[in-house]
Design a protein around this ligand. Structure first.
Ligand SMILES: *Cc1c(COP(=O)(O)O)cnc(C)c1O
Length: 229
């Protein structure tokens, strides 16, 4: 299927799942390893949010004006020495997971005279190989974030372990929803739990049913990614 058509189809599925769940949901196309022309094709299919994992890809697609009329997000692991390339150039950094990183983002935002919106990434599956704050450390990180100028925490993001049974994945989504509600009830300064970003190609409908109001979908829009090499 053409990217434009698969994008339109995924958008329809997201909207149907959201309607069923009784809340809105934003589709973010995860466009890693897909070039500017693929981003434009998804845009033509109705997608208005794009998430990048790698700073270099973000930069080359920004240079190509690939996100014209749309919103760019950063969804990959952000190295501290790359903060300058991302803060102020994306509407939402979804992968903030330490106070050191939040401080650097805030510092850059202040230099630019802006406030950078971020999500706190939670390592909900407690995987050693994954980024994200551990669930029990989330409250502490949100409390620290409240003291950091230049940033505003809009919600949470998670990538549950890959290849699990649907039931197990749904349990992770439920745990995320609970954290989202718990932190939201704490009323920290500069923290407003509005966005719950979870769900990918294989499970975005389940995620929306569990309260996700932002999903990040790659393969179902762009097709299988092949690592060149
Ligand atoms: C690639 C990616 C996605 C989308 O994954 P698919 O399984 O291709 O839909 C979502 N979130 C992040 C952070 C990603 O890197």
């Amino acid at each position: 299927m053409e990217i434009r058509d698969s994008a339109a189809r995924v958008l329809e599925r997201v909207n149907a799942a959201a309607q069923k769940a009784g809340h809105g949901a934003v589709l973010v196309a995860a466009s890693k390893m897909n070039g500017p022309e693929c981003v434009r094709a998804a845009y033509d299919g109705g997608v208005r949010h794009f998430g990048e994992n790698r700073v270099q890809e973000l930069e080359s697609k920004l240079a190509a004006d690939a996100y014209a009329g749309a919103t760019a997000h950063f969804i990959g692991h952000l190295q501290k020495n790359k903060v300058k390339a991302v803060a102020g150039r994306t509407a939402l950094i979804q992968s903030a997971d330490s106070s050191a990183l939040l401080r650097l983002i805030g510092k850059r935002a202040e230099e630019l005279g802006i406030t950078q919106d971020v999500l706190l990434e939670v390592n909900i599956g407690r995987e050693a190989s994954k980024s994200g704050v551990l669930p029990e450390a989330l409250d502490g990180l949100a409390a620290e974030a409240a003291e950091i100028p230049g940033i505003f925490v809009r919600g949470l993001m998670a990538i549950p372990p890959a290849g699990e049974e649907k039931e197990k994945t749904v349990q992770y989504f439920e745990q995320m929803r609970k954290l989202f509600i718990d932190i939201g009830a704490k009323k920290y300064d500069n923290v407003s739990m509005r966005i719950l970003s979870m769900g990918m190609s294989a499970d975005f409908e389940e995620a929306i049913a569990c309260g996700a109001n932002m999903v990040r979908v790659g393969t179902a829009i762009f097709g299988q990614r092949y690592v060149k090499g």
